[in-house]
Design a protein around this ligand. Structure first.
Ligand code: PFF
Length: 446
């Protein structure tokens, strides 16, 4: 039976929420996914499409998810039912299942990150690309990846089991400022490289109009925008359910989306100069999910001790970003289980963590399974984003109105958001969804 959480926790302040939500958004998606997808082609067209999707589509989805969470004050499993009745239980179930599936492979990539970090720390950088490839093979296979997957999950579980204020908020409060400082430091360092300008040009200025029509680029930009902003799977529903009624939802979502997009772009300003300075375009052009773990260490090898330090700092940064995201992925099913059975947080955390560990074994041991899960994820996020926007814009518009009125934003902003949420975002998301499904099936058939 569903049981109410008598005393729902709350973030201590608006800043606490912003850092936690930005911590969720800024993750492997920005540092690994953004450069991986941007390098799959598309160049500046990919970046432009990505920014367009964030502004026109993702911001309304973001506000819709937050309105759903704060209005219902329920976990993602029950929030849609609370507002729209039992017909909407399947949306809650989607929110419950999707983060479990995603975290099962997310922690595998966290394991690669931690392993690369320790490998460089203790043994130094690989001499050349082929050695880097071998190191990556050993890191991403066998028992070490299972151990890394387990430890990443246990670390995540320990933070989530301490709760919202003492766990998630506390960790993100310390980690996010560190992350911004490291990121800026690395970007400044990358700007001093000989291939920096070439890198910026490739990343930001190589514009090919035809790419705007390339379904692969469109799909990548949609997937990246939803993945990076943690949208479509209930994370922002969960986080907003711990917000006070006084906070301004549109302003908060705009702040988080801006921070996340900036970090994605700055990550590109770090990785692209490295790639072009050290002649790694070949590795990048046959881009695989392991590209970052091969290209960065082998590129930095020629810079001696300085390169080693930069690589250690870089992979440390990636891990910090990942942990503040993995906690948000875990919070969704954990809070849902607490809501459903009235379990204590700790019990709920360890049940879900065990389940995720088991589900993560196949992607940990098989790269093909991992790639399939990643491509399925894009479709799932876009689908969830469509449903939640449609739900708030068309099914329970009064609830949306009351949340936006509570937000005390100007009437123009409110009107603009409602218009976007009803008329603009759903058709564009539906278009992105169709292209993504089509591209997914094409990939499977080929
Ligand atoms: N937004 C985070 C990232 O970019 O890594 C976390 C995340 C959310 C990952 C949702 C995956 C996902 F589907």
């Amino acid at each position: 039976m569903e049981s109410k959480i008598s005393q729902r926790e709350q973030w201590t302040s608006k800043l606490g929420f912003i850092l936690a939500a930005a911590g969720s958004a800024i993750g492997l998606g920005n540092l690994w996914g953004f450069s991986y997808r941007a390098s799959q082609g598309g160049g500046a067209a990919f970046v432009l499409l990505y920014i367009f999707i964030v502004l026109i589509v993702c911001l309304p989805v973001f506000v819709a998810e937050m309105a759903l969470g704060r209005n219902s004050m329920k976990s993602p499993l029950f929030a849609p039912v609370e507002l729209g009745g039992t017909n909407w239980y399947p949306l809650g179930i989607l929110f419950f299942i999707a983060p479990i599936g995603i975290l099962s492979f997310y922690s595998v990539i966290m394991s690669w990150t931690a392993d690369t970090f320790f490998h460089i720390f203790f043994f130094g950088l690989p001499k050349d690309i082929s050695e880097a490839e071998n190191v990556f093979k050993s890191i991403s296979g066998g028992s070490s990846v299972l151990l890394g997957h387990l430890l990443s999950l246990v670390l995540t579980a320990m933070i989530v089991s301490s709760g919202i204020k003492k766990g998630i908020e506390k960790v993100t409060r310390y980690f996010m400022p560190i992350l911004f400082i490291i990121l800026l430091g690395l970007a400044i360092w990358a700007s001093t490289l000989s291939g920096a300008w070439e890198g910026y040009k490739t990343f930001l200025l190589k514009f090919d109009f035809a790419e705007l029509k390339n379904p692969q680029t469109i799909r990548n930009a949609f997937g990246q925008a939803f993945f990076s902003l943690s949208l479509g799977i209930g994370i922002m529903v969960a986080y907003a359910s711990y917000l006070s009624k006084k906070s301004n939802l549109p302003k908060l979502s705009f702040g988080v989306a801006t921070l996340d997009t900036l970090v994605g772009l700055i990550a590109g300003l770090i990785t692209f100069p490295i790639v072009l300075t050290f002649g790694l375009s070949d590795v990048i052009s046959e881009s695989t999910i392991g590209t970052l773990f091969i290209s960065i260490p082998s590129g930095l090898a020629s810079s001696g001790l300085a390169g080693r330090i930069v690589a250690i700092v870089f992979f440390g940064l990636v891990f910090i970003a990942a942990i503040t995201s993995s906690v948000s992925l875990l919070e969704v099913p954990v809070s849902s289980l607490m809501d459903k059975f009235g379990y204590q947080r700790i019990k709920s955390v360890w049940i879900i963590t065990l389940l995720i560990f088991i589900l993560g074994i196949p992607p940990a041991l098989n790269g093909g399974v991992l790639e399939t899960l990643i491509s399925l994820t894009d479709v799932l996020l876009i689908f969830g984003g469509f449903l939640v926007t449609f739900f708030m814009g068309w099914v329970v518009p009064r609830r949306l109105d009351s949340e936006l009125d509570d937000s005390k934003v100007g009437t123009k902003t409110v009107r603009y958001l409602k218009f976007m949420m009803r008329w603009v975002a759903p058709p564009i998301i539906a278009f992105g969804l169709l292209i993504s499904i089509f591209e997914l099936l094409k990939g499977w058939i080929n």
